[in-house]
Design a protein around this ligand. Sequence first.
Ligand code: SAM
Length: 337
Amino acid sequence: MLAAPRDTRGRPLHDLRISVTDRCNFRCVYCMPRAVFGPDHAFLPRGELLTFEEITRLVRIFTGLGVEKVRLTGGEPLVRRDLAELVAQLAAIPGVRDLTMTTNGTLLPRHARSLAEAGLQRVTISLDADDDATFMRVNDAGVPVAVVMAGIAAAEEAGLGPIKLNMVVKRGWNEHAILPMARRFHGTGRILRFIEYMDVGHSNGWRLDDVVSADEILSTIASEFPLEPMPPTHPGEVAERFRYADGGGEIGVIASVSRPFCGDCSRARLSVDGQLYTCLFATTGHDLRALLRGGATDADLEADVRRVWGARDDRYSELRSSETVGLPKVEMSYIGG
Ligand code: SAM
C-alpha cells in the first residue's frame, strides 16, 4: 500500500469539507448578498449535484488517503433534502472518525434528532449577533436570534454538543455585538469562535478595512473578561483557543487574514458539483465528477486525488495582497465554508 500523500510543502490530507448544496435560506451580506444571489440567480440544477452515493464513494476513497475528519457544509446543508441519509452512509465508513456539520441552525429543531441518530457527531452553528436588529440586518432573511437559539437547544438535546458558534465580524455591521455575544455565551459550555471577515469569492466586495482583526476582537473581550491562551488540540487547528480566566469557558479566534495558518493546512474541499479544491481561495478546481460519471475505477480516482494533492502548493492567505483580492475566486456557498 502507498503511503498517505503529502503536498509540496509536506502537508498531509486530513480534513474534507463537502458543500452539499449551493442554496441557502439566508442572504448574509458577507457571503450571499441579495444583490447577487437574488430571485434571478441561477443555482445549480439537481442533476449537476453529486448524489449521496457519489459523495460516499469519494469519501471512502479520501479516507484511504488520510482523511479522518469530514464536515458537511454549503450553502445551508439542511436545505438539501434527506441529508440524514447521507450522514448515515458517511458514518458507516470506518475511516471517518469525526463527522460534523456547519449550519445556520434554523432547521435543526426539525432535523437534529434524525441527524444524531444517523451518526452525526457535532454541529457548528453560525450566529453573527445576539440582538435581532443586527442579526437580521446581517442575515437579510428576516430571521431573529430566537430561531437560531432554538436550533442550538435542539442540537444539544440531540447530543450534538459541545456546540461551537461561529461569529463572522464585519466592520460597520456587527463589531458592537462582540461583547454582548461573549456575555451571552460565557458560562454556557458553548464555544464562541470569532472569524475574521475573509475575501472569499468575488461577490461580497471585500475590503481590508472591513476586517476586524483577531487582536481587536480579543482586546474587546478582555476589557471585560480576562483571557488566557490555551494550547491547540491538534495540528492544523484553525482556531486559536483562549479560556476565560474566571472559569467561564472557552472562546476561539480564526485569524485567517491577520495571522494566516496555511503552513499546516490539511483541508481539501469538495464543491456541490464534485470539483476538488485544495484551497478556500482557489480560482479553479479539479473535476472529480467527470471521472466518477465517466466510469473511473476507485483506483483511478485514488490515483487522481493523490496526484492533485501531491502537486498542491497553495498558501493564499500568506500571499494575500491588494492584487490577489480581485482574483476570480469561487464562492463560499459553492465550495463550502
Ligand atoms: N450555511 C451554513 C452556515 O451558516 O454556517 C454553512 C455554510 S457558511 C458558508 C459557513 C461559515 O462560513 C459560516 O460560519 C459563515 O459565517 C462563514 N463565512 C461565510 N462567508 C465568510 C467570509 N467572507 N469570511 C468569513 N467567514 C465567512
